[in-house]
Ligand binder design. Structure first.
Ligand code: ADP
Ligand code: MG
Length: 697
């Protein structure tokens, strides 16, 4: 029934059917059922026209329509009508669909009008209001909530406005039966959570019998959206756990223990210990590990990686660690080599710039297992390297590591290696739950003890001279500084010129030869970037002037100041990533956000957030709030995020509830064969093509 083409609905027909398809992608009865109203009109809530003031946003009024007239020519042509109640007059204006509006307005009739108010020549005005003849609220005394649906201007002009759509939906409900919208939540859950049943919920979301019923319907459908998504993610994850094959790291051996007891330079944090336990469990079960490790900048992910690699080595397996850039690979290599200096394991660095004999030596060492660990850039390792027995792959600073890339690594071993993806871009828990719910997922939410928090301040450009003085005192103490300029995406040229100007400006404050400056930007070749970066790393230069290219991972503990120019142009998580480049040593560090005096409200909020906290997870929450889930950097564009009624920002509690409920359900019955889960299984099957169910059954 619900799959019937929309033109078969009484009152639609082929013409309107085409319009609905083109304008709103409504092809079937079911699509119309899922076209939810964006608001309901409560006809009992009507304001008086003289209550409209400059603060008024949307308002609903009634009044008698006075005369109307058409003014202006061509593009300025508009229809203006006047609505009058016993307190004043309101101007109603249409720029489009004039002839249609004109035909339908009857002077002298009473109308109900809803819209956003504005002022024109000092008089209150409403442009393109929703308007319909006023009918008294239902006599039975109940709140009468009438749905209004999103519609396009084109639809409105063809007589299918938000309220006409309501008529069609009403028609739909008179043609379908409750059994057309069967329950899909298992009975025990349904009862326990006291949910409204599915048919009732749809019915009340469109045509609520009361405010309370509307709220219950909303809750039910939000829960359903989250629950179904979580069930799918859990099934995919469990499926992988059950059917994937993985190498077994069965023992914790000598290498791990020796390092842990004698060479570990510090006590691990609780979070680090927990994650290592999780990795141990994962890699010991005979199934492939596919784990995402999220930890704020500086939370100490490298040592977790190293301990995992030692675990692999104890069981006779090689490991590789991949970084997005040469500099990062180099830094990891240096750091790991230092940590491993008294250990009987061989580690090698493999990047594009390692050539000739050294390259040959490494490649053959990996093939005959005389080299146990290799650190390198993604491209290099993915393309050319053959291993004797690769058991563990660690991907640093990248959570977009895709399925295709993983598959390429699998080809390097008969049984796929375990994969640990590490990322320092915190994403909020709710987002992680929906975007990565099919992966295993660890969080390191604890920083090693004794870190000095970075002091972040906001300064106006006018205070530049004193900011420069401050930077000078730091440099004179022997420290280094970053100056960061925004990358203007639309114009590489503009960014470059900004940066050049900035460079000159910095240079005028810090003249040679007393001060030396490096510059890194997108127009340089990889080699140039590398050289300039290396000079800064080696403290040849005091100052690094750069666009955002240094964002990820670079470690220069001696750098204690970061000045971010035009800070209003940066996103929150980007600012946080950048700031993470300072505060890496034992000295107190500073981040100075420079802006002009005109800053938008959102930018102001981003800057305030940065000044208020160093906690990446808090910042990520705020980012999600400000931008919404679609735009969060680094998350996959996952269909699982396209919720129609639920919101991962506003409905966190329901999401948590749906997650735990779905987990219990899948753990108890991973194939959904129990009688009580039959409705759910049928529902998932009926949605096939839209989800992972086909892969499961
Ligand atoms: P990230 O998670 O950003 O990759 P790193 O692994 O680079 O962090 O660690 C940042 C710094 O913290 C390094 O200098 C590392 O040696 C140090 N560190 C890591 N874990 C601890 C710990 N448990 N106690 C003290 N210092 C630690
Ligand atoms: Mg790191």
């Amino acid at each position: 029934m619900l799959s019937s083409p929309i033109e078969y609905l009484k009152g639609v027909g082929p013409l309107r059917g085409d319009l609905l398809k083109k304008e709103l992608q409504i092809f079937t009865f079911d699509d119309l059922l899922h076209h939810f109203p964006h608001r309901h009109i409560d006809k009992t809530k009507v304001s008086k026209i003289n209550m409209i003031n400059y603060q008024t946003d949307f308002i609903q009024v009634t009044g008698i329509l006075q005369q109307f007239e058409i003014i202006g020519e061509k593009r300025a042509k508009r229809l203006v009508a006047y609505l009058r109640d016993d307190t004043g007059a309101l101007e109603l204006t249409w720029f489009q669909g004039i002839s249609w509006v004109q035909k339908n307005l009857v002077p002298g009739q009473k109308y109900l009008v809803f819209g956003r108010t504005g002022f024109f020549n000092g008089r209150p005005q409403m442009v393109h209001p929703e308007i319909e003849p006023f009918v008294l609220a239902k006599a039975d005394g109940k709140d009468y909530l009438e749905p209004v649906y999103p519609a396009t201007e084109k639809l409105k002009a063809r007589g299918l406005n938000g309220r006409q759509l309501a008529k069609l939906t009403f028609q739909l409900f008179s043609q379908i039966k409750p059994t057309d919208i069967p329950e899909n939540i298992p009975e025990d859950i349904f009862k326990k959570l006291k949910l409204m049943n599915r048919y009732e919920a749809f019915s009340n979301l469109h045509f609520p019998v009361s405010q309370e019923a509307y709220q219950l319907a909303l809750r039910r459908l939000k829960f359903e959206e989250f629950f179904i998504a979580q069930i799918r993610l859990n099934l995919v994850r469990l499926q992988r756990h059950h059917s994937s094959r993985g190498v077994v790291f069965e023992k914790v051996g000598e290498l791990f223990n020796d390092f842990y007891n004698h060479h570990l330079p510090f006590e691990l944090t609780g979070a680090q210990k927990r994650v290592i336990r999780e990795i141990r469990t994962d890699t010991g079960r005979g199934h492939q590990m596919n784990r995402l490790l999220q930890g704020d900048v500086g939370s100490g992910k490298t040592i977790v990686a190293l301990l995992s690699m030692l675990l692999a080595a104890d069981n006779g397996y090689q490991s590789c660690m991949m970084a997005p850039t040469e500099i990062l690979a180099q830094q990891h290599y240096n750091g790991l080599k230092e940590l491993l200096k008294n250990m009987p394991v061989e580690i090698a660095l493999l990047t594009g710039s390692i050539k000739g004999k050294e390259r040959k030596r490494i490649l053959s060492g990996l093939l005959d297992d005389t080299i146990h660990f290799v650190v390198g850039t993604h491209a290099v390792i993915e393309d050319v390297v053959q291993f004797k027995n690769l058991g563990l792959v660690i991907v640093d600073e990248q959570h977009r590591f895709g399925v295709a890339q993983r598959a390429r690594l699998w080809e390097k071993a008969t049984v796929p290696p375990h994969v640990l993806v590490m990322t320092a871009t915190p994403i909020p828990r709710t987002l992680a739950m929906t975007a990565y719910g099919d992966l295993d997922y660890s969080v390191m939410d604890e920083l090693p003890p004794g870190r000095q928090p970075i002091t972040t301040v906001h300064r106006n450009e006018m205070a530049r001279a004193s900011v420069m003085e401050f930077v000078r005192t730091e440099i004179n103490k022997g420290r280094q500084a970053y100056f960061i300029y925004p990358l203007i995406e639309e114009s590489e040229k503009l960014s470059y010129e900004d940066l050049k100007q900035g460079y000159e400006q910095v240079k005028s404050f810090f003249p040679e030869p007393a001060y030396r400056i490096s510059m890194v930007h997108g127009r340089q070749s990889a080699e140039e970037k590398e050289t300039n970066m290396q000079r800064f790393v080696q403290h040849d230069t005091h100052i690094m002037v750069s666009t955002t290219v240094i964002e990820v991972g670079v470690n220069v503990p001696n750098a204690t100041v970061m000045v971010i120019e035009s800070a209003e142009k940066f996103g929150l998580s980007q600012l946080h990533q950048l700031r993470g480049r300072v505060g890496r040593g034992s000295e107190k560090s500073f981040c100075i956000l420079l802006t002009g005096s005109k800053v938008s409200k959102d930018a102001k909020e981003r800057i305030n957030t940065m000044c208020a906290t160093n906690d990446g997870f808090k910042i990520a929450e705020k980012d999600l709030e400000l931008r919404g889930p679609g735009d969060i950097e680094g998350t996959r564009q996952s269909g699982e995020l396209n919720f129609k009624v639920a919101s991962i920002v506003n409905d966190k509690d329901l999401l948590e509830l749906a997650k735990t409920t779905a987990e219990q359900c899948c753990e108890e019955d991973p194939t959904l064969d129990m009688a009580k889960n039959l409705l759910l299984k049928n529902y998932l099957r009926s949605q096939k093509g839209k989800n992972a169910w086909s892969r499961i059954s």
